[in-house]
Design a protein around this ligand. Sequence first.
Ligand code: NAD
Length: 256
Amino acid sequence: MLTGKTALVTGSTSGIGLGMAKALAAQGANIMLNGFGEFEPAKAEIAALGVRVAYHGADMSKPAEIEAMMQACEAELGPVDILVNNAGIQFVSPVEDFPVERWDAIIAINLTSAFHTTRLAVPGMRARNWGRILNIASVHGLVASAQKSAYVAAKHGIIGLTKTVALETATTGITVNAICPGWVLTPLVQKQVDARAAAEGVSEEEAKRRLLAEKQPSLQFTTPEELAALAVFLCSPAANNLRGTAINMDGGWVAQ
Ligand code: NAD
């Protein structure tokens, strides 16, 4: 379905981004990977699906590196047709103790990076009259939790960006939507599980149960594969007129 398209997935060395990259590759898209840490295994897995794959290590908090990544993508694979703004970090603290540099980093990586990739990708998408921009927001783009001021502000912000760019491109073949996962058991959440187990003196399994019980009525983690299937749908012709939405896949979290 996506043969010949180029997909750039930020933060795709791990977790949700890696799941998205694999699912888009399975549909035939060539993939530009990005993110920190080991990338060779992801690259090999995607190449095995018979598509072209490249990697760029841009730090998404640095606009010049983001520009370099967009240029490298065009040179190596072609211009970006599918942009998945996924890279993100978390930090948990009451607002009065929130380290200023953590606030700045979260806003830069979870929000501002999507502005840069979007502004750089849209002109080419307009020229080809086709594009898909998928912003990986969060239920925290729709509702808040205590201790997560920067993350909640950034995720509410990226839903605002999603709506605005969706309006600006509404008469074109470019669609812009946000995906809002609830708890997904990735390294980002594992840290919160570990912190909870330590703070409450319980096992890892019990910490997971408590984490889910607090917010996610299904008591099950959403998986990267489920989110990736939604991303594939958003790239399909059936989603041609799905614009400016924020779709929560959250086990009932925001229904409460
Ligand atoms: P993860 O920690 O498994 O993956 C994050 C990815 O982002 C990694 O590839 C990491 O290398 C990359 N990254 C981090 N900082 C970066 C930087 N400065 N430059 C480039 N890459 C960087 O996390 P995840 O859970 O897969 O999260 C992916 C996205 O999904 C994030 O935006 C997160 O906020 C969102 N999300 C996650 C959950 C969840 O429960 N896990 C829920 C809702 C939303």
